[in-house]
Design a binder for this molecule. Structure first.
Ligand code: XMP
Length: 517
């Protein structure tokens, strides 16, 4: 692999993704890794990330001085570049000249491997207060900016490289080119990380782990569990049983997508549990959002436990107990929880509604080295339909937390109808790529006066909540074209009985959350 040494979390993940986009497998490791641990991983290359610290601050993150002596091709970025400069005998100074954002960079030694094929003048994304003022002995200075005399350096002989700017950021004009030059030309690493190889590798791993055992997987209808199950199914066929809980809080067409499209594409054995009455019964009379969430989570666990008990009984009759549980854990979850292995990393909210933590299973997590876009690519390669792999995030508690007020069957039907119209129109307008997700919310306890046909109406408002986001931690409201908004509004008020007003939520997160409850 290529190791991405993490000096400050948010950049490291981005770098790891860019390395993978260049067709090379990457892993994130903490900067506290020892030279011996690095050597044991036998990496083909190392990238040192940026970070928020200054190399001068006492206790600022450093790297085991042995790492740069291992002879492994290394690229230092921003803070990583400065750590390199310092360790190798260059000079880093507080020049007082800070550079933030788009900055002009001039190549001073065109022709070097790292920056080859790039124009002499370019813009790059900078974010630093300290600067390298002298390159280490034997290094060529490759680039400078107005206030930074050494903005990039290289020693082709030692295969050590560094740039002050952030090539992983899209605003750096030739950023990806820098990363690819480093990986392919300087370090000589082939571009052979692709969905096909990942699938082959995971299939083998799953077979080795599971043997002849039975495997159970809770499908939520979301991308991650769908792709995880499809991979496991490819590996062990009908040893896998998928369980899908229809809690009655799904959007229009979701159950059919799973029961028909998904099964047709994968051939998995699917058990659907009809639990709508049970969930709606438990939710009757409840209006408090937290209470709704707790009830939905609890009912979900009950349902899943019943299904599990039935499957265990069935397979015990065949003489082989169900021993494995598939989870769609992704790489960012693993990195964020410290990169450890095993069950300690399970976050209950990753499992729709939350699976009980005392389920006695060994986990199968075929996606735990992957990012979301890679999971989508693998899903497509496995032949999953676009309606499943291209799906926007949908919360486990479903429409239950998009009805402000008591959840009833009639209100769910009304909201399903409005939501289907909004989704159809957004898709028709080609806006799915711009929108992270667009909750459609029913204000069930609010009514307003309207005029429809020749008469007075007294109906409910529907809220559109289109947001753009990178990770759902923060979000901005999406500036949708007025024409699209008008079309959605007209259709919903005309077609959905009981709704006489459509309003747009123009709140960012924070202060608003994405969902209304
Ligand atoms: P909020 O409303 O907190 O939502 O801004 C952030 C993201 O998380 C989703 N969400 C959930 N997903 N179970 C889930 O699986 C939940 O209980 C849940 N609550 C919110 C929400 O749709 C958004 O993508």
């Amino acid at each position: 692999p290529v190791l991405v040494v993490d000096f400050g979390a948010q950049y490291a993940q981005l770098i790891a993704r860019r390395v993978r986009e260049a067709g090379v497998y990457s892993e994130i490791v903490p900067h506290t890794i020892s030279a011996a641990e690095v050597a044991a991983k036998n990496p083909a290359g190392i990238v040192l990330s940026g970070g928020p610290s200054s190399v001068y601050e006492p206790g600022s993150p450093d790297l085991d001085h042995g790492v740069l002596q291992l002879g492994i091709p290394t690229l230092g970025i921003c803070y990583g570049f400065q750590v390199m400069a310092r360790q190798l005998g260059g000079e880093v100074a507080k020049t007082g000249a800070r550079e933030y954002g788009s900055t002009g960079v001039r190549l001073t030694a065109p022709g070097g491997v790292l920056l080859s094929g790039q124009p002499e003048e370019q813009t790059a994304w900078m974010s630093h207060g300290d600067s390298v003022v002298k390159a280490p002995e034997g290094f060529d200075v490759l680039a400078a900016s107005e206030s930074t005399p050494v903005a990039a350096f290289a020693s082709d002989a030692r295969k050590l490289y560094g740039v002050q700017w952030h090539p992983e950021v899209k605003h750096s004009q030739f950023g990806q080119r820098v990363i690819e030059n480093f990986l392919h030309d300087a370090a000589g690493i082939a571009a052979d990380w692709n969905s096909g190889n990942v699938i082959a590798e995971q299939v083998e791993k799953i077979r080795a782990q599971v043997g002849g055992g039975k495997v159970i997987c809770g499908l939520s209808g979301g991308v991650d569990s769908a792709v995880a199950a499809a991979l496991v199914h490819k590996a062990v066929g009908d040893q896998l049983v998928c369980v899908f809980v229809d809690h009655g809080l799904l959007r229009a067409g979701e159950r059919e997508q799973v029961e028909q499209d998904y099964v047709a594409a994968t051939g998995v054995r699917l058990v659907t549990i009809d639990a709508a009455e049970q969930f709606l019964g438990a939710l009757a009379g409840v209006t408090d959002p937290e209470q709704k969430r707790k009830i939905i989570g609890r009912e979900f666990i009950r349902t899943f436990e019943t299904a599990q008990a039935e499957l265990v009984a069935e397979s015990a009759a065949d003489g082989d107990p169900i021993a494995f549980l598939v989870q769609g854990t992704l790489y960012p979850d693993v990195v964020e929880s410290g990169g450890g292995t095993g069950t300690a990393n399970i976050k209950s909210h990753h499992n729709v509604g939350g699976l009980p933590e005392d389920l006695q299973f060994e986990l199968v997590e075929p996606l735990r080295t992957l990012f979301k876009d890679e999971v989508r690519a693998i899903g497509r390669e496995l032949g999953l339909p676009e309606v499943i792999v291209g799906r926007q995030p949908f919360p486990g508690p479903g429409l239950g937390i998009r009805i402000v007020g008591e959840v009833t069957f009639d209100r769910l039907e009304l909201l399903r109808h409005a939501d289907a119209i909004a989704r159809a129109e957004l898709t028709a307008a080609g806006l799915d790529g711009e929108i992270w997700q667009c909750p459609v919310v029913l204000l069930a306890d609010v009514r307003s006066v309207g005029v429809q046909g020749d008469g007075r109406s007294y109906g409910h408002p529907i809220v559109l909540r289109p947001v753009s986001s990178e990770d759902a931690m923060t979000a901005d409201w999406t500036r949708l074209p007025y024409d699209t908004l008008a079309k959605i509004s007209t259709r919903i008020t005309n077609e959905v009985a009981g709704v006489n007003r459509v309003v747009l939520d123009v709140t960012s997160k924070p202060p608003g959350t994405i969902e209304w409850e």
